[in-house]
Design a protein around this ligand. Sequence first.
Ligand code: OSB
Ligand code: MG
Length: 376
Amino acid sequence: MIRLTSVQLRQLDLPLIHPFETSFGRTTLRRVILLTARSGDRCGYGECTASEEPLYNSETTETAWHILSDYAIPWAIGKTLERAADCATLLRPIRGNKMATATLETALWDLEARQREAPLHQLIGGARREIHCGVSIGIQESISVLLAVVRREVSAGYRRIKIKIKPGWETEPLRAIRSEFPDLPLMADANSAFRLDDLPLLARLDRFGLMMIEQPLAHDDLVDHAKLQRQIRTPICLDESITSVDDARKAVELGSCRIINIKLGRVGGYSEAVKINEYCSRNGIPLWCGGMLESGVGRAHNVALSTLSGFTLPGDVSASRRYYEEDTVRPPVVVSPDGTIRVPELPGIGYNLDWDRIERATVRTREFGLSQPENP
Ligand code: OSB
Ligand code: MG
């Protein structure tokens, strides 16, 4: 039983070690929301994966703060939930804004696992004790810098390399990596930067033997992706386009993709992620866990998610120190030399929060309790 007695929101400003560049922009500082949900003497933690700007999807850190503060938290506080899984039902009337609602949903799953003194992977029905890790490499200033980064990540043991592409930064970077690493598991993520008119160019990427091309076309499109998939050999993986199990089913029925990545925030949390896992396992669609440059708490949730049976491909779950000098959890998330993360067996997400680090990164805080008026 979860009776939500108080919630704390904190915004943390966390500088990235290196700027991260995609087809839609450059990130130098992550503004993340850390949510603490309390029931009696237990707490659970969630991290909001919305970006600073509405470029990956329509949400931002600021819109998530608003939706959490003015809707999701006031609706949930004081309520008694049988299980964390009931949170999704409670928040269902909120349209869109899934990264906001997932912040609370994932915190409640962590809380329920801690109440049961069980690791979160067990509560969600995970099947792995070790997960396979890949890396996502942003757009670089030159091919030689890109090659240096790829060499470093390959020597660190990562099991697949993904590079970000955009029009004008696709063929040459992929050709350069392929000629040095003919057998490397390699893929490319366009973050919606191409159009169906680019079909000839995208079809020519087939020769690089990519594991997949991620989200080449519009964030909200399934039809053109299906047309494209019929014309290219490289499997399409959808990211932005899949926000629910219904989206996944429609994409699979239309032939819009052969692979799906799941991000907890994008689909609204564990309840929906578990449904997508079941649907995709039944239909032979491989899954992997995507990333949104999470700090420790979000990364720990990604580790738990990656234990689900359908997550058969290496995900974008990498070591904290690729992005952050200091992580928000202790010990930080580390990757072994063979490119794996051992799934922690401690209760909940299985990592301890580093409150000293969190305090120093906090730029605003808001508390919600039973005694407070609903909308102060
Ligand atoms: O599309 O997968 C993406 C980062 C920010 C926004 C979108 C994406 C990404 C990544 C980073 O690829 C993955 C990671 O967290 O390592
Ligand atoms: Mg992506």
